[in-house]
Write a protein that binds this ligand. Structure first.
Ligand code: IPD
Ligand code: CA
Ligand code: CA
Length: 267
């Protein structure tokens, strides 16, 4: 995809504009106003500013499209077919700890299907994009999921529930099985980048529970357009509603799903 389609150009321009504020705020994170949405669930002035910029840019370019945003919630649009799913800063805890691993995530849904996605890390300047039928790209380099077929050779990413989050026992049971069958487990703190790294073949697979639609939307189409498989934790295609995800190439997706099932059966 040498040239971005018109809608992709709109999404990339909005992400880059919001990123400028995040780059500035990241440099002075210690002065940032922070509030708590729940135990260890931070929101900063940077999240809100970035979301405001994304909302303004996207609604200016596509008046009438609806929104589902992490901080601002739902905005109904006059165009009932199209909805933006926005996470202005995925990886807030990393951001607050000056860990340069976070991203802006923009998903576009048409008639209930995710048709385009952007995940942009403003510090590494890594722009992951995908559009239905057009493939997935990192800074214009075409992406393919990794080709490993043996779980024992894989690096798998996940999300560990923290204080105040549900599913600790379930996760411990899952990790107990998976860590015994893979070459490495990674917890990096951004679901959107976890999925983007699967699309880029950096991780062989990823699983996590209790995610929100804005964490997942853009990442789902990145993995699928890079030739990967994405399902919910029961192997069905209900990722956004269930909030659970397994992603990887066809073989590793299947093997990881089987390992998680064994963990649930044993716990
Ligand atoms: C969080 C990150 C994290 C995941 C959490 C999400 P946020 O998003 O994606 O990796 O484990 O479940 O809530 O809160 O930083 O936007
Ligand atoms: Ca998030
Ligand atoms: Ca967020």
């Amino acid at each position: 995809m040498a040239r971005h389609t018109p809608v992709m150009a709109v999404m990339v321009a909005a992400a880059r504009k919001a990123a400028r504020g995040l780059q500035r705020d990241f440099g002075e994170v210690e002065n940032l106003q922070v509030s708590l949405k729940g135990p260890a669930n931070f929101v900063t002035a940077a999240d809100k500013k970035a979301e405001k910029t994304l909302f303004e840019e996207l609604s200016k370019a596509r008046p009438g499209y609806g929104f589902l945003m992490e901080e601002g919630g739902t905005i109904e649009g006059s165009d009932k077919s199209h909805r933006w799913l926005i996470d202005p800063l995925d990886g807030t805890t990393n951001f607050l700890h000056s860990i340069p691993h976070f991203a802006i995530s923009i998903g576009l849904e048409r008639d209930g299907q995710i048709v385009a996605g952007v995940v942009y890390n403003p510090i590494s300047d890594e722009l992951f994009i995908a559009e239905k039928g057009q493939g997935a790209f990192l800074n214009d380099r075409r992406l393919r999921v990794a080709a490993r077929r043996e779980l024992a050779n894989t690096v798998v990413a996940t999300g560990i529930p923290h204080i105040g989050r549900p599913g600790h026992q379930r996760f411990i049971a899952e990790l107990g099985v998976v860590m015994n069958e893979v070459a490495g487990v990674r917890r990096m703190g951004s679901a959107a980048l976890d999925l983007a790294y699967v699309a880029a073949g950096r991780y062989d697979a990823y699983w996590e529970a209790n995610l929100a639609p804005w964490d997942l939307a853009a990442g789902i189409i990145l993995v699928r357009e890079a030739g990967g498989f994405v399902s919910d934790l029961n192997g069905r295609d209900d990722v956004l509603n269930s909030g659970g995800v397994i992603a990887g190439n066809e073989t590793i997706h299947r093997e990881l799903a089987k390992a998680l099932k064994r963990a649930h059966a044993a716990s």
